[in-house]
Design a protein around this ligand. Structure first.
Ligand SMILES: Cc1cc2nc3c(=O)[nH]c(=O)nc-3n(C[C@H](O)[C@H](O)[C@H](O)COP(=O)(O)O)c2cc1C
Length: 398
């Protein structure tokens, strides 16, 4: 799959640089062509000799290489490759790229590139979480750069937290997926719609009913679908989450607004309804704040967006996926919901367990289609999203 793919690997000056040697080995094993650029600081951590031996190519280190002056490495390298992988990328290089500086071969080559840039950050947890670093990395993600990790764990400095470089195997898997799925999916020009988050149903100008959904699972699914090259629109209820990169986001508050925006987003090939749409809304909205002693609430059913999508025959998406958040008899109730709503798959999750589901980083789900039930054990919502996105893609590329 990676045969003859051309990768530029930039190795920055981080203590995790040694992991990139293993990555070169993994890529070469798949007959991938690898050219390595080493930053000045990178040289303090890994030697050009070991890189040259593993990559079977010269190591590029100097933007002003007197012997190569005529070739202008920063342009020729960026045109030669399919992707540029910066692993590990330091806080310093992240800041440089975010500000568009070009004072060494690595930064100049990225600025001059028209290829996909993939970053693999690695640094101490405080460096990673520092506001300036977070602003910089978000800026790069907004440029359309992709990022692998960092993961959470014990660091070389002895501290614990987020900032650890992803393993060579994780990076390798990411690149493999990037080339395989992305190309196939992109050619199909698929469009997806994801709904996420809760909705708010106002009683008066300041009071509303809602639920505890954070929107995290839906945001992660939109993110995964977009990473696979699917043109993705995310219709989100109130949520504090960051907009996923390369996703078109539409923010709404009420179920009625979510329904209207869903209708506008059609036609799409795929619809994934993760939103915890509030089932009921007040029969009457009071334009002025309701007084304590006059409260008298009555509710009516909200429109069912999942059912609308599944039964909307003229513009029915080719695949409609619903979520069933249940607290008991999870599989039984989810199957009933699937039949009642006419969706193609239903994804059941247990929201009674505070360690998974609503407002947690983790989830555990079962995907129910017409033939089987596929369980995805407890894992990060990003992992679950990737699994779901992959299953969706498999459905379209078979
Ligand atoms: C022992 C040591 C380990 C370091 N590890 C990291 C690291 O893991 N991540 C990081 O962002 N910076 C790290 N630094 C700091 C960078 O090496 C420094 O910011 C350097 O300027 C980065 O250069 P570059 O971005 O051009 O590679 C480390 C420095 C030292 C001395």
């Amino acid at each position: 799959m990676l045969k003859n793919k051309k990768v530029i690997l930039i190795i920055g000056g981080g203590v995790a640089a040694y992991k990139s040697l293993d990555l070169i080995r993994l890529l070469k094993k798949q007959e991938c062509e690898v050219k390595v650029v080493l930053t000045e600081s990178g040289k303090k951590f890994v030697t050009p000799l070991s890189i040259a031996s593993l990559s079977q190519n010269k190591v590029y280190q100097d933007i002003f290489d007197i012997e190569k002056e005529a070739e202008m490495d920063h342009i020729s390298l960026s045109r030669w490759c399919d992707i540029i992988l910066f692993a590990p990328i330091t806080a310093n290089s992240i800041a440089k790229l975010a500000s568009g500086r070009a004072d060494d071969l690595a930064s100049t080559l990225i600025l001059a590139s028209n290829k996909q840039i993939i970053l693999v950050p690695a640094m101490n947890v405080r460096m990673w979480l520092h506001k300036s670093n977070q602003n910089n990395i978000n800026k790069l993600l907004d440029f359309g750069y992709l990022s692998i990790g960092p993961s959470t764990g014990e660091m070389a400095c002895g501290e614990y937290g987020e900032g650890k470089m992803s393993s060579p195997e994780q990076i390798y898997e990411f690149i493999k997926d990037y080339f395989s799925d992305r190309n196939i999916v992109k050619n199909k020009k698929l469009k997806a719609l994801v709904t996420a988050g809760p909705t708010k149903e106002y009683l008066d100008p300041i009071r509303f009913i809602t639920n505890n959904s954070s929107g995290k699972q839906g945001y992660e699914i939109a993110n995964s679908l977009a990473k696979f090259g699917i043109n993705t629109t995310l219709i989100s209820g109130p949520s504090t989450l960051k907009k996923p990169v390369n996703v078109n986001i539409i923010k709404v508050e009420t179920a009625d607004q979510m329904y209207m925006e869903t209708k506008k987003a059609l036609p799409v090939d795929i619809a994934v309804c993760t939103a915890a749409v509030t089932d009921f809304k007040p029969t009457k909205y009071e334009a002025k704040k309701i007084k304590k002693n006059t409260i008298n609430l009555n509710f009516k059913r909200n429109i069912d967006i999942l059912e609308f999508l599944s039964k909307n025959n003229s513009q029915r998406p080719r695949l409609v996926v619903g979520f069933a958040a249940e607290t008991n008899d999870i599989l039984k109730l989810a199957k009933e919901k699937k039949n009642k709503k006419y969706c193609d798959w239903i994804i059941a999750n247990d929201v009674s367990n505070p360690e998974i589901g609503f407002n947690s980083e983790y989830n555990e789900v079962s995907i129910i289609d017409d033939k089987k039930v596929e369980k995805i054990e407890k894992n990060l919502k990003s992992y679950i999203a990737n699994k779901i996105a992959r299953k969706i893609i498999n459905n379209f590329i078979q």
